[in-house]
Design a protein around this ligand. Structure first.
Ligand SMILES: NC(=O)c1ccc[n+]([C@@H]2O[C@H](COP(=O)([O-])OP(=O)(O)OC[C@H]3O[C@@H](n4cnc5c(N)ncnc54)[C@H](O)[C@@H]3O)[C@@H](O)[C@H]2O)c1
Length: 335
């Protein structure tokens, strides 16, 4: 994949183990979240960090912000970990990279965690504001654009299945419900899904059901690579558009989705609201400026889908091309 730098971090004092992958710094320091999750081994953590870092390169380039792509994963061992100590240890490794990596929140980490990392590392994002509502707004705008391409003038009565009732999934479900969509929610945490479904006047479905649920839009807002060649054949949606990074198990799934007449809106295009908010905070934008920039994700999604339809290319190829133009070289999602 040509990752610029991979740092394997082992802190002997705390036992903290992490991987930091910096994919590309053409446009600026690598900006990307820190994931804190269990991994079977270090190799799996390296693979995940590198794939996710590539997605960040494409996302930041397409969003037009001055950052490269990077990602970190901390290997979660047990739930009894001393959280601040883990974050301090991680921060010391970030510091060694001399500003080439700017960490932010991701699955398993919180703004409090990033504030701890920031006590040691020179530059962090998401240490005082959660970007998730902005990520959700960008995904919402993208879904609206995608269903418009299916001749739905608005979201009234559009059936959306949201996978993951976490930070982004819950904010997204709220926006969709206000816009009149018919929302169903699934989460491995049944109570969380139930609570959200009640809040938005929707229905909870099981995590097994969500991928096969008959709907207009499937919005993956949980883990990576939920669409593989096996799950793909059982899909019953017309559009896939969500917040989760690295949704496709491999690049060839994009062509198979198109062959099944399912529109896949690339995750790295849709879920940029959070990084745009990070850039806005660091550049002292007004909230109105930020809101317009995030809603612009919908226009970009519409443009990509139209260009794909007109050219016969896949939406993911069009989005990669647009990002590559800005990077000055061809960059694609992982094979
Ligand atoms: N938070 C952001 O601003 C942001 C920005 C860009 C991309 N993303 C991506 O969006 C996704 C969600 O992020 P988040 O911040 O909401 O995370 P989160 O940890 O707050 O929520 C994830 C939710 O998914 C649930 N979940 C996990 N595995 C599941 C499964 N197999 N089926 C159903 N539910 C499952 C979890 O229980 C949790 O409720 C992640 O892939 C993240 O990388 C988030």
């Amino acid at each position: 994949m040509g990752t610029e730098q991979v740092a394997i971090c082992n802190d002997r004092a705390t036992g903290m183990r992490a991987v930091i992958a910096i994919d590309d710094t053409t446009l600026g320091p690598g900006l990307g979240g820190v994931r804190w999750m269990p991994y079977p081994d270090q190799q799996a953590a390296v693979a995940e960090a590198r794939r996710l870092a590539r997605g960040m390169t494409l996302k930041n380039a397409l969003a037009g912000i001055p950052y490269g792509g990077a990602k970190a994963v901390i290997l979660r061992d047990d739930d009894g970990a001393d959280r601040p100590a883990v974050m301090h240890a991680f921060g010391r490794f970030v510091k060694r990279l001399g500003g080439a990596y700017v960490p932010g929140v991701d699955m398993g980490t919180t703004i409090e965690d990033l504030a701890e990392v920031g006590r040691v590392a020179p530059d962090v994002s998401c240490d005082h504001e959660d970007p998730s509502p902005w990520t959700a707004l960008g995904v919402f705008a993208g879904i609206r654009a995608a269903v418009a391409c299916l001749d739905h003038p608005d979201l009234k009565g559009v059936r959306v299945a949201v996978q993951g009732a976490g930070h982004v999934g819950s904010a997204l479900a709220g926006l969709l419900a206000v816009a009149g969509a018919d929302v169903v929610v699934a989460d491995v945490d049944d109570r969380r899904a139930e609570r959200l479904a009640t809040e938005v006047g929707g229905r909870r479905i099981s995590t097994e059901e969500v991928l096969t649920f008959e709907c207009d839009v499937l919005a993956p807002c949980a883990t990576a690579r939920v669409i593989d060649h096996a799950s793909l054949r059982r899909l019953s949606c017309r559009v896939i558009a969500g917040a989760a990074n690295d949704v496709l198990a491999d690049r060839s799934c994009a062509a198979e989705l198109a062959a099944r007449d399912i529109t896949y809106v690339p995750d790295f295009l849709l879920n940029a609201g959070g990084v745009v908010q990070i850039h806005a905070l660091r550049s002292h934008w007004s909230t109105e400026q930020l809101r317009w920039a995030v809603l612009g994700i919908g226009d970009r999604a519409g443009h990509v889908l139209e260009r794909a339809a007109a050219s016969g290319h896949l939406p993911v190829e069009v989005a990669e091309d647009l990002a590559s133009e800005r990077l000055g070289r061809s960059v694609t999602i992982p094979a």
